[in-house]
Design a protein around this ligand. Structure first.
Ligand code: SF4
Length: 482
């Protein structure tokens, strides 16, 4: 009940800090084909830069041309892999995965890459996204193993068609999948990359200085390993990468591209590029547009770090109000497996965000954040700022109200938990306790990207789902109940 408007105030300050209601990403992917290079080390650094897309588990599969070796575990990339581990992962090609679970629990069996064999052939696969025809696929696959992810179902289906190779298996299985998916896959010799016909989640190709080819969920991972961006994997495309170069096959026509608009708002790293534009620049423009749409008289603009930083800079610039820091984020928290004890919670252990009272005291603040999901964290932020001496707190949100759940791989609550699904802006303002609250319009958000609205999935804002999703709310544990 604490998530609903009017719920008890008890423990507010503490929850801010340990809990998080931010939308969660569904995974980061990296793949590389580069004989004569340390492919596992390259994959480690690629995954390390995609850590924000999933912090529950990490894994890699590597092949020397003869045999696939898989290593995966629960934890952050830097917790799972060490020098000793990397030294055992030698080969010419490698794929890697960081996971945030949107289907299936956080267990070792659900960590990826998933690995399957068929006779003497093997395949490994990592998935970013969420399928919406999982129940149908599960019925076909039948027997259930310990893994309970849609990704494992796809791996099983691919393995059943592996007689003619993974490329042929992909061309048979991928057209039958519905929903959001980017895959990196490999057999013993070739890396594959595939993107759903709407291209809901991003996936880019890059070239290493020595001629090797990389694929990554975001361009920041290409930058980190020194690869030059080549192009995005196209919606409906299956790309094969090996000594013959990059080959492109189409497994489905694209009805229309529908990149997740939330990638620009929150999910992607600010130093990544999408549609040829820096995410940082787009966020700054979002802030500028919000300043024009919802001006306010104030002394200082502060971001809710880190995703609010770029937009807050843009807001401050356009509004002519000084930009400052009012909340400090622990950048290293990631996913901690050690929760504070109730006693520490009572003392207000501020694991995630800590206010800077000297910077805040007596000021009329504009607080720029990326989104409001349930409203509880926002309310706690407002309360902490007031306790630290803020005279006024004006919230400016650089996305429209989230009224619809995501079925495509972003874990952002069910419809009943989304505060904007049942409350208007003034009601939400009252709940979070701000002096004023304004959201960026959908037109303003789309215009900031300089791409047409038709290029995006915007379903969590307008309820128009590009891939039909049926009646039921998303459940990440669906395969555990079957
Ligand atoms: S519903 Fe929202 S979060 Fe989900 S893919 Fe579409 S735009 Fe992204």
């Amino acid at each position: 009940m604490r998530d609903r408007p009017g719920a008890s105030e008890a423990g507010v300050t503490i929850d801010l800090i340990v809990g998080s209601e931010s939308p969660k990403e569904a995974c980061g992917l990296f793949g590389v084909w580069a004989p004569h290079e340390e492919v596992a080390r390259l994959t480690f650094f690629g995954l390390f830069s995609l850590q924000h897309r999933g912090q529950e588990s990490a894994g890699m599969a590597v092949s020397d041309g003869e045999q696939i070796l898989v290593y995966r575990d629960l934890g952050l990339v830097s917790q799972v892999f060490h020098e000793r581990t990397l030294a055992t992962l030698q080969g010419d090609l490698c794929i890697g995965h960081t996971r945030y679970s949107t289907t299936g629990s956080t267990t070792w069996d659900n960590a990826q890459p998933a690995f399957k064999t068929h006779g003497t052939k093997g395949l490994a696969i990592g998935h970013n996204g969420n399928l919406v025809n999982t129940a149908e696929l599960a019925e076909e696959v039948g027997r259930r193993g310990p893994a309970t992810t849609d990704s494992d179902l796809v791996a099983t289906l691919l393995a059943r068609h592996l007689d003619d190779g993974l490329e042929a298996a992909g061309l048979r299985v991928l057209p039958r999948l519905s929903g959001a998916f980017c895959f990196v896959m490999m057999d013993e010799r070739t890396v594959f990359a595939a993107r759903d016909p709407h291209g809901i989640r991003p996936l880019s190709l890059g070239r290493l200085p020595g001629g090797g080819i990389c694929v990554a969920s975001e361009t920041c991972a290409l930058d980190v390993v020194g690869a030059q961006f080549i192009r995005d994997v196209e919606p409906g495309e299956l790309v094969s990468i090996d000594e013959r170069g990059i080959r492109s096959l189409r497994f489905a026509e694209s009805p229309r591209p529908a990149l997740c608009l939330f990638e620009f708002v929150y999910l992607s790293r600010a130093d990544s590029r999408m549609f040829g534009r820096s995410v940082h620049e787009v966020r700054r423009e979002m802030g500028r547009r919000l300043a024009a749409e919802a001006p306010v008289d104030a002394d200082m603009v502060i971001p809710v770090p880190d995703t609010g930083n770029s937009a807050a800079q843009g807001f401050a610039q356009a509004a002519g109000i000084p930009y400052g820091e009012g909340l400090m984020k622990n950048r290293y928290i990631g996913r901690t497996f050690i929760e504070p004890s109730p006693a520490l919670r009572q003392r207000g252990v501020k694991l995630k965000l800590n206010p800077l009272p000297d910077a805040i005291r007596g000021k009329r603040l504009v607080v720029v954040d990326d989104s409001i999901v349930r409203g509880t964290t926002t309310r706690q932020i407002v309360q902490v700022l007031r306790e630290s001496g803020a005279r006024q707190v004006h919230l400016r949100i650089v996305s429209p109200p989230i009224r619809w759940p995501c079925f495509y791989g972003i874990d952002m609550s069910t419809r009943g938990e989304l505060i904007a699904a049942g409350s208007g802006v003034e009601e939400i303002r009252g709940f979070v306790g701000a002096d004023s609250l304004a959201y960026l319009s959908l037109d303003g958000l789309v215009s900031a990207t300089e791409a047409p609205a038709s290029a995006f999935c915007r379903a969590c804002f307008d309820g128009q789902y590009p891939v039909p999703v049926g009646e039921s709310e998303p459940s990440k544990f669906a395969l555990e109940r079957l």
